[in-house]
Design a protein around this ligand. Structure first.
Ligand SMILES: [Zn+2]
Length: 338
């Protein structure tokens, strides 16, 4: 299996190598050598096609193949034919740009894209593809410019909105990402996962209020689209409320009501399942007031500190020194993704 992968990789790299070489000969005005290399390129393109799932060979099958046949004794015409880009061969060139872009030859892909944009500056597919390649080449400002052009043509295009969000996010401009989220016309122009990811960045920076805002937005989307429903947002909201010592759980209470029919059973949270000893709940977050510590001294609770995540234990058995994690207040809930 690995041998096949390596062999296919070699075939692919050989193909790109040959085409670069053909172009280099042309630039050095060595037309005959260049022409000979383009013959090899065509052969290598077939080899590449037959040994991969790659499908973007339109330029090779149609333009290169025809020109090699037609102009074998006229290099001037041959190169004019294969290098000219116009509305007639636009699709073939766009296809070639995809072949390069999809195979991580992004610089070449971007050069083709910019040339194609001169022919059809309002082609949304091309704009999106260009923005994508610029983003993955870490040319973020250029990428944003391209998405702005695309969005000026189709401002409600969710794919484009999400792409633009991703440029901000992946380039670590989290305050710009937040600003972008706040200015969205519709909350669900991006996905709940996007909000969660951004929330997590703010959580890492200990900006819990902002993180909470993000997580709540993600939760709002999940609420309106149950297909996407998972517990990550709920857990994250709980975590932020604890961090911020906010006592208003109305947000997630709705979540529990929504899913109450899915509850299979409640964990026994008063006694240890191993030794039968009394379980002590562990609470997290910033502790204010002496009552909490008094309760701890009485052995009724344990203060777990500020750092909490999904795997943090919720109960402790003093008798056998065992910790337990009963999520959702001890509820075992049966629904997808959990
Ligand atoms: Zn025990």
């Amino acid at each position: 299996m690995l041998n096949i992968i390596n062999k296919n990789q070699e075939i692919k790299e050989e193909f790109f190598y040959l085409e670069r070489k053909a172009l280099r000969f042309y630039k050095r005005k060595k037309y005959k050598q260049s022409f000979e290399y383009y013959k090899k390129v065509l052969k290598a393109s077939n080899e590449f096609k037959n040994n991969s799932n790659e499908s973007h060979f339109k330029w090779y099958d149609e333009i290169l193949s025809n020109c090699l046949k037609k102009y074998s004794d006229n290099y001037d015409e041959f190169f004019k034919c294969i290098y000219s880009m116009n509305i007639e061969n636009y699709d073939a060139w766009f296809d070639k740009a995809k072949l390069y872009g999809n195979n991580n030859k992004r610089n070449e892909a971007i050069i083709y894209c910019y040339k194609l944009l001169k022919i059809r500056p309002d082609d949304l597919d091309l704009l999106e593809f260009t923005g994508h390649n610029l983003c993955f080449s870490h040319r973020y400002d250029e990428s944003l410019k391209i998405y702005d052009i695309a969005l000026s043509i189709d401002k409600n295009n969710k794919d484009l909105i999400q792409d633009k969000w991703y440029v901000y996010y992946t380039s670590d401009r989290i305050y710009d990402t937040l600003e972008f989220c706040k200015n969205l016309e519709n909350t669900d122009d991006i996905t709940s996962t996007d909000y969660q990811a951004l929330g997590f960045r703010f959580e890492e920076k200990e900006e819990y209020e902002t993180a909470l805002w993000c997580y709540k937005k993600g939760f709002e989307i999940e609420e309106t689209d149950h297909k996407e429903f998972d517990t990550d947002s709920v857990d994250a909201i709980k975590r932020m409320l604890l961090k911020l010592s906010i006592d208003d759980y109305s947000y997630i209470n709705e979540f529990y009501l929504e899913w109450i029919s899915k509850i299979e059973h409640k964990f026994e949270t008063t006694n240890c399942s191993k030794c039968g000893g009394k379980l002590t709940p562990i609470i997290y977050g910033l502790v204010v007031g002496d009552e909490v510590f008094e309760e701890q001294e009485k052995g009724n609770i344990i203060v777990g500190g500020c750092s909490v995540d999904e795997s943090s234990p919720t109960h402790y058995c003093k008798k056998c020194d065992e910790e337990f994690n009963f999520r959702f207040n001890g509820l075992k809930i049966d629904y997808p993704f959990y």
